[in-house]
Ligand binder design. Structure first.
Ligand SMILES: *Cc1c(COP(=O)(O)O)cnc(C)c1O
Length: 401
């Protein structure tokens, strides 16, 4: 893939680099939505979603043209009616978006926040659950504006003991952070194709529990036409049974690529683990290696507590005497990183995405460390890039037992 060397390496928190195999599966003339090869790819993708999401047989996977925001919209639209009480655990930019979406559907939203860079303590979640008795809790697994991770599985378990359902925005996490739907605590786990699944952008992917589908069936008014679980469910069921179906035209090239990206996750092997468990362990190891590199480059995270940092990205403070122009200086070294996103602290930090397929490509990861280090020096810092790269590689190779 020579183009990878000529254009800058894309290391933002999505879209991310994709494998040559995924690219090959995506390229080519568009298949029709009833082509046997498309039906097979769709069925495989839905089956593989069940495995990656660790979903019980009663749950329903949905794979639909759209972005992560469409998946958020769908999760809200099928559940919320005017006056529904919901609790949003607000860790940043995309939690704010969830609040806005829920309010548009008439929900009474309680937003339980923390300062930028901090997770919301489970004790605070518990108090809010007791006080508000919400119908549902919405939580962002890894907030892309700060890199803060919420322990979504534990939040869902708590919510369930209080009779609430849980929707987890996994757009910056699914396929890289551990989460299982098997216990039945999480009712919706949603993502977009361009993040840790390492596909091009353009697909919204959700797995929805039977309990959540029942909540949709009990609604008095249907949700917006394109967003309705009940409109899509027969289509998904038909594809999984390798049958023909049509509701709205799928993104057929993307559907062809989806099972290839998912197979890459499910065939991963790392530290004695296989499949999605190997992949989540690998992402964790790579994130720890980046922490080592950042220390050598004298960069500090905006997440105060290391245990609150998600594995899919790093959010790093601009060092003294640098600022948002650093992103352009780094780009000139052949590396695309992202600026700050959280409205309160936007101009004080930048973000590096490291998730999915690229975590299996040490050369790309090293290039990222070097690009950031060279950028820092070009911006007037004086850091030892070779030493940072050496420490990064050493950590990367020290595969955990
Ligand atoms: C990227 C992202 C979104 C939005 O996804 P789009 O595909 O841009 O619509 C939502 N939530 C989180 C956590 C994200 O990282």
């Amino acid at each position: 893939m020579p183009e990878l060397d000529l254009r800058p390496l894309l290391m933002i928190p999505g879209p991310v680099e994709i494998s040559p195999e995924v690219r090959a599966a995506h390229d080519g003339p568009p298949p029709g939505h009833l082509a046997p090869s498309l039906i097979e790819a769709y069925g495989l993708a839905l089956e593989r979603m069940r495995t990656i999401w660790d979903a019980p047989p009663s749950a329903q996977p949905f794979l639909i043209a759209g972005s992560g925001t469409l998946a958020m919209d769908m999760a809200a639209a099928n559940l919320v009616e005017k006056g529904s009480r919901v609790l949003v655990i607000n860790t940043g930019y995309f939690s704010d978006r969830m609040v806005e979406i829920l309010r548009r559907y008439g929900a009474e939203v309680t937003s339980l926040g923390a300062e930028p860079g901090y997770a919301v303590p489970l004790s605070a979640v518990e108090i809010a659950l007791q006080r508000e008795s919400p119908q549902a809790v919405f939580v962002t697994h890894v907030d892309t504006s700060t890199g803060v991770r919420m322990p979504a599985q534990e939040v869902a378990r708590l919510a369930r003991t209080h009779g609430a359902m849980t929707v987890v925005d996994g757009v910056c996490a699914t396929g890289a952070e551990a989460l299982s739907m098997a216990s039945g605590d999480v009712d919706v786990y949603l993502t977009g194709s361009q993040k840790a699944l390492s596909l091009p952008s353009g697909l919204a992917l959700l797995v929805v529990s039977e309990r959540m589908l029942e909540a949709r069936r009990k609604r008095s008014a249907p949700p917006p036409y394109y967003l309705d679980y009940l409109a899509w469910q027969p289509i998904m069921q038909a594809y999984e049974e390798r049958g023909k179906a049509y509701f709205a035209t799928p993104a057929t090239n993307l559907v062809q690529a989806a099972p290839v990206a998912m197979a890459h996750i499910l065939s991963d092997e790392f530290a004695g683990l296989k499949g999605i468990n190997a992949r989540t362990a690998r992402n964790k190891h790579v994130a720890a290696a980046f922490s080592v590199a950042w220390q050598h480059l004298e960069l500090s995270s905006i997440c105060a507590h290391p245990e609150d940092r998600g594995v899919t990205m790093s959010a790093l403070k601009y060092p003294a005497r640098t600022g948002p122009e650093l992103v352009n200086v780094i780009r000139a070294q052949g590396l695309v990183v992202a600026g700050g996103l959280h409205p309160k602290i936007k101009s004080t930090y930048f973000r590096v995405g490291h998730m999915g397929w690229m975590t299996t490509q040490p050369d790309l990861l090293v290039k990222a460390v070097r690009g950031v280090g060279d950028g820092l020096n070009a911006a007037g810092a004086s850091v030892n890039v070779d030493k940072a790269v050496e420490a990064f590689k050493a950590y990367l190779e020290s595969v955990p037992a």
